[in-house]
Design a protein around this ligand. Structure first.
Ligand code: AR6
Length: 176
């Protein structure tokens, strides 16, 4: 699914985020910026050691914050490492919204025109997919509505079920 908001596009796809050729991809990071499993593990394995080395210089960061590094050998030019909440933490919805917003702001500051997000916190961190879709998409839609130099925001979901949840959620958001 693809939809235009103001001068920008939101796109929802099923796929592997490490294969995306957008200017930046977002890593679902932890506060220590240690590239573990899931999205981070795929980035570590395909992107090479330079990414973890760059992370080590910037760590630690707080939940809800984001930092930018090289993308090593990946197709994307940069990686934005955003720390989402662990399910069960206090004010977790707000923290996921902050992680999304801070990633978009950091992209804008770095002249990034296209960015791919995973469903942050919905793997190892245990956050429900439907809540993630509602929160991340709401932030992205509001951000694009306000006007931005970012031309394309992609949500790259790992399986069809996640993609379908994001599609349904975006349709509801666009009607409201
Ligand atoms: N492309 C797109 N989505 C993916 C990919 C991929 N290659 N691999 C997994 N997903 P997770 P979190 C989906 O666990 O919950 C790591 O150890 C996955 O199905 O990557 O924020 C880090 O180092 C899920 O829907 O991130 C942190 O310690 C979503 O991406 C911690 O996990 C997020 O899953 C972060 O946990």
């Amino acid at each position: 699914m693809q939809t235009k908001i103001n001068n920008s596009i939101i796109e929802l796809i099923q796929g592997d985020i490490t294969e995306q050729g957008t200017d930046a991809i977002v890593n679902a990071a932890n506060e220590q910026l240690l590239l573990g499993s899931g999205v981070a593990g795929a980035i570590r394995m395909k992107g090479g050691i330079k990414i973890q080395q760059a992370c080590d210089k910037l760590a630690p960061i707080a939940t809800g914050q984001a930092v930018i590094t090289t993308a090593g050998n990946l197709k994307a030019k940069r990686i934005i490492h955003a720390v989402g909440p662990i399910q069960g933490q206090a004010i977790e919805d707000e923290k996921l919204a902050q992680a999304t917003l801070n990633s978009l702001k950091l992209a804008e500051e770095n002249n990034i025109k296209s960015i791919s997000f995973p469903a942050i916190s919905t793997g190892v961190f245990g956050f429900p997919m439907a809540s993630c879709a509602r929160i991340m998409l709401s932030v992205a839609v509001e951000y694009l509505k306000a006007g931005t130099n970012i031309e394309r925001v992609v949500f790259c979901l790992f399986d069809n079920n996640a993609r379908d949840i994001f599609v349904q959620t975006l349709k509801i958001l666009l009607k409201s």
